[in-house]
Design a protein around this ligand. Structure first.
Ligand code: DGJ
Length: 424
């Protein structure tokens, strides 16, 4: 029996239509009984802004695509051929408005600017307002995060570690409360536990993962103390980059949940995935001691999915080579290895009439090898199905601003086994 509140890490998630959840550099908010996820609506080819998506869920497991929260603009900071990244939505309880801050840029990341959009409802269409101003000037920086303190004061977090306090209506920045606390740091994410503020950063390695770290302070003005890594060294933050920390009410307390991106350039829309894990906080230290491929967001515990396991050994780097597996059940989980010699695979599911009912693209690249679940299919009515996995002969390769090459050096797809689950 597949529980409803399970979070699967590092695999594509699917929405109500079976389409890949396309939300990256995300933030999560709870409004009423639902959680709302806002993120970059990515492309699979040219890296450019085509909107920010909004998904809702009641259980952090079944995702409903609400549509684009912010549309591409006809001109300006989020017009054609621009970058839009890391939308962060905060609710202003005084004005009742939802405020979205984001990174806008040109396609070469040479024209960064923090943008502002607003909306009267969490699931409505946001209206782009232009740059967020500080002392009447745009903030010309890129990676950002937001943090709302217990008293409702909101903060804008910037790469390298600048922190701005926002005005009461959240529509301007009014005070720079800290500056340059994390030189070289990107993708800031903050949370508070009791009297301590924690802020996480990645290092600058473009779409590649690295060992993220954190600082702690009792006051947002500092002093900030660098506490080092919060995941085991060399795990590259379990192959992810921090984006947001959500305070989840579970087991009668607030549990900070790390939310990170496992990027997959260039096929981000199809294959970039999420890594969400609970953070253990003890005093001034925070830690994610272990990678949980799947865990229960109600009990905050690692779980194992019930099902029947069978070997499905396959390894190939030849474009078009494939392996098939027929099963009777309602869901299939495929386990395999990702490493720096691997590429993309097409995953196809056919029903017993031979009709193609589901497709996904899975990235087998990771700098640090990882043998875990690579694909968790949507749930289907119990029946007979065929899974087909095809080597695409493509892989993730990209370059940093300074020309450094990143990504895979081959096209391997490596599988070990499958697990078939049955809802009945
Ligand atoms: C790292 C940033 O954290 C991402 O949001 C994105 O801008 C990439 N760089 C682009 O290379």
């Amino acid at each position: 029996m597949m529980e409803k509140s399970y979070i699967h890490n590092g695999v594509p998630w699917f929405d109500q239509k079976g389409e890949t959840v396309n939300a990256h550099g995300v933030c999560l908010l709870k409004e009423g009984e639902k959680y709302y996820l806002f993120g970059e609506y990515k492309t699979d080819d040219v890296n450019k802004y085509i909107g920010f998506s909004c998904y809702s869920t009641e259980n952090l497991s079944d995702w409903y695509f609400e549509g684009l929260a912010l549309q591409p603009q006809n001109e300006g900071l989020l017009g054609p051929n621009r970058i839009g990244e890391r939308p962060k939505v905060i609710k202003n309880h005084k004005t009742g408005k939802f405020v979205m801050l984001m990174h806008t840029d040109d396609l070469k990341y040479m024209d960064p600017c923090i943008g502002l959009a607003t909306c009267d409802s969490i699931d409505g269409t946001f209206e782009f307002q232009g740059p967020l101003l500080f002392n009447g000037e745009p903030i010309r920086r890129w990676d950002l995060g937001t943090f709302v303190d217990e008293d409702g004061t909101a903060y804008l977090l910037i790469h390298e570690g600048d922190i701005y306090r926002l005005s009461d209506d959240y529509l301007t920045a009014v005070e720079k409360v800290s500056e340059n606390i994390a030189p070289g740091g990107e993708s800031p994410a903050m949370f508070r536990q009791d009297e301590n503020y924690f802020i996480m950063f990645s290092n600058k390695t473009s779409w590649e993962r690295n060992d993220n770290y954190y600082l702690v302070a009792k006051d947002l003005h500092g002093p900030w103390v660098n506490q080092g890594l919060f995941c085991p060294e060399g795990s590259l933050t379990y192959n992810s980059q921090c984006s947001f920390v959500f305070s989840l009410e579970a087991k009668g307390k607030n549990v900070p949940i790390y939310m990170g991106d496992r990027w997959s350039f260039p096929q981000q829309a199809s294959s970039a995935t999420q890594v969400w894990l609970p953070i253990t906080v003890v005093g001034k230290t925070c830690l994610i001691p272990e990678y949980w491929p799947v865990w229960d967001s109600e009990t905050i515990s690692k779980v194992s999915i019930e099902g029947i396991e069978e070997p499905l050994e396959f390894q190939s780097n030849k474009n078009g080579e494939s392996v098939s597996y027929t099963f009777n059940g309602s869901q299939v989980i495929v386990f395999g290895t990702s490493d720096c010699h691997s590429g993309y695979a097409d995953f196809l599911i056919y029903d017993e009439l031979g009709e193609l009912i589901h497709t996904a693209v899975v990235d087998f690249y990771s700098l640090v090898p990882d043998s875990n679940s690579r694909y968790v299919s949507p749930k289907f009515p119990t029946g007979n199905y065929m899974l087909k996995v095809i080597v695409t002969g493509t892989n993730g390769v990209w370059y940093k601003k300074d020309g450094t090459k990143f990504g895979s050096d081959d096209f391997y797809v490596t599988l070990q086994r499958v697990k078939v689950c049955n809802e009945d």
